[in-house]
Design a protein around this ligand. Sequence first.
Ligand SMILES: [Zn+2]
Length: 334
Amino acid sequence: MDGARTAKQRIFLGAEADAALRRKRVALVGLGATGSVQAAWLARGGVGHLTLMDRDLVELSNLQRQILYTEGDLGRFKAEAAATRLAEANPEVDLRPVVADLTSGNALELLSGFDLILDGTDNFEARFLLNDVALRTGTPWIYAGAIGAEGVVWPLNPPRTPCLRCLLEEPPSSGDVDTCDSAGVLGPAVGVIGSWAALEALKILSGKEPHEELARFDLWRNERQFIRAPAERCRFCKEGITEFLDARWTLRASALCGLEGVQIRVNPPGHLDLEGIAARLRTRTGTPWTLSDPALRGEDGGCRVTLFRDGRAILHGPVTPERARGWYTEVVGC
Ligand SMILES: [Zn+2]
């Protein structure tokens, strides 16, 4: 073991806590902006194992704030590009990239057996699922999110501590939530939030108590706020109700945020025969379809279609969720 690598951290944490980090297993869900920052600090800090889960590809508009990626990574899966970059920073970490869409059908399988689960996601559906996984498996997790120049961080370990639903009973409806597409986001704000979450992670992993309250920063207006959950626990963590984890949906079609089009997700994610589907689509549309892993791409009915091997599909163009669902069922089955 290279003792020099974390020498400065060891002075602060102590030899025992520093060494303990190397035995810890952490899962990070979402490797966008806040996820990049959290992953970088934990890998450099010498966490033993890091599972890196993300479903998306690196795009040009990510580079402004997703600090793990460079132009050479465009079109790669974020999970894989992140693992490459982090291995360069610290080859001693056991890194496991997982390209997956987290759903109720695969969440327990993918997120069991960790000392800590970190939130690098960009949506409340995923966070409520993480909250359920944490509750079911007894794993601490850290809620983190940033938008504009503001963000929140909240370390949780239900049922020992309050859970996300003690403060926020249901996911806010999508119309009520600002997203990166509606509000924009500043790179340095993401840096602060990701770093704050990583710092709380280091406390948890070295056996210290994290900050108890939800911390909220508005870094443009110079405001900060600490919010404590009500003293009374919600019925979900009190009674162990995990309704997001128990949800048994099979196919969801939702309008893309900020763009014309629809995203289709399947639960649990599968393994499509993209070669067979490509042949069918070429016959159906009479147009070229290109299959280069990870995705099959082509056009049908005025939409640009990207179909991933795990069953996810994105249809860019003038299409409603209902029509997209019909197209998917017809072409892919399900
Ligand atoms: Zn609760």
